[in-house]
Ligand binder design. Sequence first.
Ligand SMILES: *Cc1c(COP(=O)(O)O)cnc(C)c1O
Length: 406
Amino acid sequence: MDLEQAILEAAKTHESFYLYDEAAIVSQCERLKAAFPDLTLLYSVKANPNPQILKTIFAQGIGADAASAGEVMLAQKLGLPETKIYYSAPGKTARDLAKAFGCAHLIADSLDEISRIEKIAAERNTHISIGLRINPDFSFTGETGLPSKFGVDEDAAFRFLRSFESRHVSVAGLHVHLKSQVLDAAALVRCHRKILALAERFEQETGIELSYVNLGSGIGVPYAPEDSPLDLEALGRETCAAIRAFRRKHPKVRFYLESGRFLVGPCGVYAAVVCDRKVSHGKTFVILRSTLGGFFRPSLARLLEAVAPDGGPMACEPLYTGKNAFTITAPGKTGTKREVVTLVGSLCTAADVIAEDIELPRLSVGDVVAVSNAGAYAAALSPMQFSSQDPPAQLVLDRFGKLVET
Ligand SMILES: *Cc1c(COP(=O)(O)O)cnc(C)c1O
């Protein structure tokens, strides 16, 4: 069956659900691999940790970018070896590090964290090679550094590493991630070139031979209909050319690229059935099963736009992407009579509004409404415990056209 048939089928047994399209995820993986033959790819698990999705992506040879010890364990449980899991996050505790030690490649986010790792390695009487996330002396768009809770400022890192000696820890990897959801390929290429120049400085300033450079993410996807897609092929061409030039001098350095949303964001929909409808003071309300609690971002976007009409700087990724980021459709209802409605959810808060005064086919109780761009930062980022409603089901339309519960 196709995606629309699958939504209608799933709506017979589920009042609200996510539906992920496995063939679409595989095709995104293939596009990314084809565009970046010189890099190793990592999937940012926090975008969507659904085990079925992880299996699909890992089966494509893509590793894991884990943002917590829990994500490390998840990737390990699904069969990834230590060498394919990279654990990078601010504020890792000694307990997080002890849990992930030996299961993932650790990327320290502070100098203090390096001492915590060293202590664990000493206790275990072993040696560990780690990476370090750097907050560089440039920003995504500018030539000076900015304060950040992520990573260690470039200068401070170099100063520390010049005199760092340990029997238990060596720092041999560099990680930089500055921005998400970029649609301008040229801007990303410039950022990648700046990271390569940083890698050169790293080696010169510290005397350390890098074993890898992780370029982070940044690869965006079009959300609003008016967004133009990123030119992935041009980005891949330019970045790979810069990497090949770098490797002429440093042949052993491996390169990594992370992506969450590109691999899954466009490959999922959120769907909820119509529970009720009413007209109040001339306005038609269509009430859907639990929307704010099932898929938070559309109602959050409306709230944020009400506070900051230009959409920012109130909020940022991955909570808010931009105006019109979600397209709403009524599967199975094409060609029927249309009407202007306000779509709300069944939670007891006035904030549970996903679209105001939009034109849709006339909906009745039992019909289903689908919201696009629900593959990334959707189920993982919604307050599902609110109001004790059943959480949405999570389903996959597998590559053979079969609907699978996860
Ligand atoms: C969240 C995150 C990503 C993934 O970002 P996307 O925009 O989903 O590709 C990659 N790297 C780091 C360090 C992150 O925190």
